[in-house]
Design a protein around this ligand. Structure first.
Ligand code: URA
Length: 432
């Protein structure tokens, strides 16, 4: 067998066998297959696609390309939650303590933000002294003891994805459903949990721009779970406007605190409750989602979810005085209000523009080496459907930069104001 035959096979639209895919992954990770050959195969896969069986085999070969975590000494069902990413998406940080306060075990490895999307690890690191690099032993002990740990991905996990993802990034082969599905699922499956809930976003701020593509990606990942005997469910949710009101790292942590104190934005709270109920059912703690929702809302009201967040931050070394007194978080030097230029109703709030603008204010990174300004970002006052009068504040930019005229204009243009009230059709679909 050689790599040229495999490339030609996919180039001509044929199906790859388990042997072909095993050969490709093992020899690429060992360095025997070169980047230029892997690039050609990725492009052939991008153009020709892969069927469900090929995608599952690719996932499994990637999963076992490095270490695989064994969480079997933690009792009960271990759950994980993953979002395909968006703008203002701080759900895992709220949902994790909510479900852990009801007895679930969340063992989560997260990533960093890139481009217009934020990353859970960066948000966590805006809490002074928070450790995101626990050892495997510390990670497992914490999940066992308090029911939640969120850390960075173990370096030895899924080396195939690390190499392939870096190559896809520079060869125009990121947005392929089988390649995205195998990349996400191989990492999630290598981290050893029993049940996984995926939140596949669609809309301007998401990877998948249309609900149809998001459903295809969600179905592909759920099917991988079925073939590999894992309990995988996927929600398909809207990311055409940002989630919640805060975008930017410590601004989002402040919103996490408010939401856990039962004082958060409705769209964010509702999504956390809905996703939490699905996870609690997957964790076999409740067999009825409606009952789980009642308990989740109750623990937001009675402080148990917030107390679990405090316990989680403290366990990972974070300074909980910031959680108890969020006014301690650093505030940017410049707070710049953006005013509405006419009366009406917000009919569109473009998540992509808001995400890019937040990044350019200092809240995100354009390349992996950029340093983030934890206080920078955008706080919204208005979202789709809200009434607005000329001169009212639409949002406030938080930044330490001075040259932001173009960003101000872009943010103003991200809001569309119309005469008629628009109700955002927030489709929320569960694929299982
Ligand atoms: N996230 C991943 O982990 N992989 C992809 O390919 C896309 C998003």
């Amino acid at each position: 067998m050689d790599i040229i035959e495999i490339i030609e096979k996919k180039r001509d639209g044929h199906t790859l066998t388990k042997e072909d895919i095993h050969f490709f992954i093992t020899k690429y990770v060992s360095g025997e297959i070169k980047d230029y050959q892997a690039s050609a195969l990725l492009m052939a896969i991008y153009i020709r696609g892969m069927n469900d069986e090929e995608t599952s085999i690719l996932t499994e070969e990637m999963r076992v390309s490095g270490d695989v975590l064994d969480l079997s000494d933690i009792p009960g069902v271990k759950v994980d939650k993953h979002s395909t990413g968006g703008v203002g998406d701080k759900v895992s940080l709220i949902l994790g303590p909510m479900i852990a306060s009801l007895g679930a075990h969340l063992a989560k490895m997260s990533g960093r933000g890139l481009g217009h999307t934020g990353g859970t690890l960066d948000k966590l690191e805006s809490i002074p002294h928070m450790r995101i690099n626990l050892t495997e032993e510390e990670f497992k002990a914490q999940v066992k003891k308090i029911g939640i740990a969120i850390i960075g991905q173990n370096e030895k996990l899924d080396p195939a994805d690390k190499k392939l993802y870096a190559l896809r990034d520079v060869t125009g082969t990121v947005s392929s459903i089988p390649l995205i599905a195998s990349s996400i699922m191989s990492k999630k499956l290598a981290s050893g949990t029993d049940a996984i809930l995926l939140d596949v976003k669609y809309g301007s701020g998401a990877f998948m721009k249309t609900i149809e593509d998001a459903k295809k990606l969600a179905t592909t990942m759920v099917n991988i779970g079925k073939r590999l005997n894992k309990d995988v469910k996927a929600e398909v949710t809207d990311m055409s406007e940002p989630l919640g009101m805060a975008i930017g790292n410590n601004l989002e942590i402040k919103e996490v605190i408010k939401t856990l104190q039962n004082n958060g934005p409705k769209d964010l709270t509702d999504l956390c409750v809905d996703s939490g109920a699905i996870l609690l059912k997957q964790a076999k703690i409740f067999d009825n989602e409606e009952e789980a929702k009642v308990h989740l809302r109750e623990n937001l009201k009675n402080g148990k979810a917030f107390n679990k967040f405090l316990e989680f931050v403290e366990a990972q070394g974070g300074d909980i005085s910031y959680i108890l007194h969020p006014e301690k978080f650093e505030v940017s030097k410049y707070l710049i209000p953006i005013y509405a230029n006419k009366d009406g109703y917000i009919s569109k709030l473009d998540a992509l523009t808001i995400g890019i603008s937040s990044m350019r204010l200092g809240g995100g990174r354009e390349t992996l080496d950029d340093v983030i300004d934890m206080s920078a970002g955008i706080v919204l006052n208005k979202k789709v459907g809200d009434k607005v009068s000329k001169g009212e504040i639409l949002c406030t930019l938080h930044t330490n930069k001075t040259d932001v005229e173009e960003i101000k204009e872009n943010v103003l243009n991200a809001f569309e104001i119309s005469d008629e009230k628009i109700i955002l059709k927030n489709q929320h679909i569960l694929i299982s």
